[in-house]
Design a protein around this ligand. Structure first.
Ligand code: ATP
Ligand code: MG
Length: 251
């Protein structure tokens, strides 16, 4: 199959109810190869529910999930998924934690360690290999969690609020670091955030969910020439984009 023009990840008309209560309805999203796309919406709108479906952890009531054109609805293990909580195992070292997806795939301990060790420096975790999660800062734990997701697959990543635990200054550093990694590896990424500034600065595109049940109501292309400017978030252009997004989230 020619994968050049096919979406890396596509959801078509996804609907899901819990206890007869419709949560999300007719959701369509598409992530192209190498694209970084964010999903914004108020708490409880159904963002994590959508991620459970995209990752195959849950089945939708109706609709289809495709990866490079192949239907994978309800099949887990096809994309890497960093869940809303970091879910690091407290009694395992960081090295064992990040290698977990490789162990589960049947990679030997020696090869998993070798593969993971190549990335500790890039993920800002040098020297943390034999530490335990409780010995790391929140930012380090989130990076370990990202590395674990990345080792599962560097092709398509679903990240549920990957930087939520960080203060504004650490966040800015993490954003720079993260977009360098993602663009160097051309990873296709969909991430959930409540932080509108983060969505504007990082994303190529933004999906906005609103309503009950939750639907994708807007899609915005972030193509400003000024995005690489470190002071972009103090410009009039940035504030206008932010105001527009706020209105759309609440509409
Ligand atoms: N397994 C479940 N059983 C029943 N209801 C559920 C289940 N999972 C989620 N819900 C409900 O679905 C709705 C959407 O939840 P979801 O976690 O997807 O929201 P969210 O947009 O990710 O919110 P947040 O931004 O707070 O993380 C909520 O009303 C929640 O209570
Ligand atoms: Mg959520």
């Amino acid at each position: 199959m020619n994968t050049h023009n096919t979406a890396a990840l596509e959801a078509i008309s996804i609907c899901k109810s819990y206890e007869n209560e419709p949560i999300i309805e007719d959701i369509c999203v598409k992530i192209k190869k190498g694209e970084l796309v964010s999903l914004l919406g108020v708490s409880g709108i159904g963002k994590t529910t959508l991620f459970h479906i995209l990752s195959g952890l849950e089945n939708p009531d109706s609709g289809t999930v495709k990866i490079y054109g192949e239907t994978v609805t309800g099949h887990s293990g096809k994309v890497s998924y960093m869940q809303q909580k970091d879910l690091l195992l407290p009694f395992e070292t960081i090295l064992n934690n990040v290698c977990m997806p490789l162990f589960l795939k049947g990679t030997s301990k020696k090869n998993a360690y070798k593969q993971a060790s190549l990335h500790f420096e890039e993920f800002g975790l040098s020297g943390c290999e034999n530490k335990y999660p409780s010995q790391l800062s929140g930012g380090m734990r989130q990076r370990a969690s990202l590395l674990r997701a990345y080792l599962f697959s560097d092709q398509i990543m679903l990240l549920d609020e990957p930087f939520s635990a960080l203060d504004a200054i650490t966040k800015t550093t993490m954003h720079r670091w993260f977009s360098n990694i993602i663009s160097a590896h051309r990873t296709s990424t969909l991430f959930i955030t409540h932080d509108i500034d983060e969505a504007i600065v990082l994303s190529d595109r933004i999906y906005i969910m609103s309503g009950v049940p939750g639907k994708i109501t807007h899609e915005l292309l972030m193509n400003s020439q000024n995005r690489c400017n470190p002071e972009f978030n103090t410009t009039k252009e940035f504030l206008e984009i932010k105001r527009d997004i706020l209105q759309k989230i609440n509409s």
